[in-house]
Design a protein around this ligand. Structure first.
Ligand SMILES: [Zn+2]
Length: 349
């Protein structure tokens, strides 16, 4: 089982990922994480390589595969675990594979077609078949740009996303793409095809893979439309970027009060194993500091807004208290997205 191709060094995955472009309003979370890691210190790299919680079946330079149960695997990306001098990582977000008797569901489209092809090959090696379904947790490029890599002729899987995710993916690629035939454009084209599966945003969608039911739960907060992928046995939740483990979260497209509500609902389950969008697998105990961080940011933003402090000034004086543990705060301006998002919401209320 080898991965599809060793990606050559950067043609940008989706448009201009330069610092200047990323600092503009169109910053996607791929660009954010990529830039952030570009400045990362060695503890930050170690964070992405944090110790596995389960049996590690396979380790690649860019990810590891952890077996959670028969038919259930988590992919934990470790994009810069070996240092910054790596080719552009094949995967960037986390992912996963869930198999039943009749079908195989793959989670995320990844940042590059090579990443999706790698996960497709992984599914084939682990289960004897390629994915029958692919689910996107949200529209950001590091979770979707590689979708085309799942295409194996007639075997193209059902690609499941909400209508809002499809729309945002399409709009973002149109706004960001300098190369109209680049991977994000191809991903957008694939998910807007009329035969693609659209998920009902008002209720959970259940997919019966044959002896295994997967529940796709519509959520919001990291973006206007997020989806968690959930299993009851074993109890697992793929959180997408509603949960960043160990990294200060990206709020560029966030709806912060919804982020607070949904993360509280998801991450307090004492029996669940959580797969964050980025970072190592976690339990509710591991996730507690993240919820506290979100609440701390909210309190600081509300207080500053109430006092009439401009957002620009408020984020610059924001500090994560030491009591919340160590957060990788790669960029000096990362909190600006959080304060801007909160002010956007508070200005309306
Ligand atoms: Zn994201």
């Amino acid at each position: 089982m080898e991965h599809a191709d060793q990606p050559a060094r950067p043609a940008p995955a989706h448009g201009d990922c330069s610092r200047r472009a990323a600092l503009g309003s169109g910053l996607s979370c791929a660009a954010y994480v990529a830039l952030s890691l570009g400045l990362a210190t060695s503890p930050a790299r170690q964070l992405f390589a944090a110790l596995p919680k389960h049996e590690v079946l396979k380790t690649e330079p860019f990810a590891r595969v952890e077996k959670i149960a028969d038919g259930v695997w988590a992919v934990v990306s470790t994009p810069f675990a070996g240092g910054m001098d790596q080719p552009r990582p094949t995967t960037f977000s986390n992912g996963g594979i869930i198999a039943g008797k009749d079908g195989v569901l793959a989670i995320e489209g990844f940042m590059t077609p090579a990443g999706a092809a790698w996960q497709s090959n992984l599914a084939l090696a682990l289960t004897g078949r390629r994915p029958s379904h692919v689910v996107l947790t949200h529209f950001h490029g590091d979770h979707s740009s590689g979708l085309a890599g799942y295409g194996h002729g007639a075997e193209l899987p059902a690609m499941i996303a909400t209508e809002t995710t499809r729309k945002l993916l399409w709009e973002r690629q149109a706004a960001e793409m300098k190369e109209p035939k680049g991977p994000l454009a191809e991903a957008a084209r694939l998910v807007v095809l009329p035969d693609r599966v659209i998920m009902d945003p008002s209720q959970p969608t259940e997919i019966d893979l044959g002896g295994r039911i997967v529940r796709l739960q519509p959520r919001a907060g990291h973006t206007a439309s997020d989806v968690t992928i959930e299993l009851d046995e074993p109890r697992m939740v793929w959180c997408g970027d509603l949960y960043f483990n160990g990294l200060f979260p990206y709020y560029g497209d966030a709806l912060p009060s919804q982020l607070a509500q949904h993360t509280s609902a998801i991450l307090k389950d004492p029996d669940a194993l959580f797969v964050p969008g980025h970072g190592a697998l976690a339990t509710a105990a591991d996730a507690k500091p993240y919820l506290e961080l979100l609440a701390h940011v909210e309190a600081a933003a509300r207080a500053a807004h109430q006092a009439g402090t401009p957002a620009e000034q408020a984020w610059q004086s924001y500090k994560v208290p030491a009591s919340l543990g160590e957060w990788t705060f790669f960029r000096p301006d990362v909190a600006s997205f959080a304060f801007t998002a909160w002010y956007r919401e508070l200005d309306k209320s």
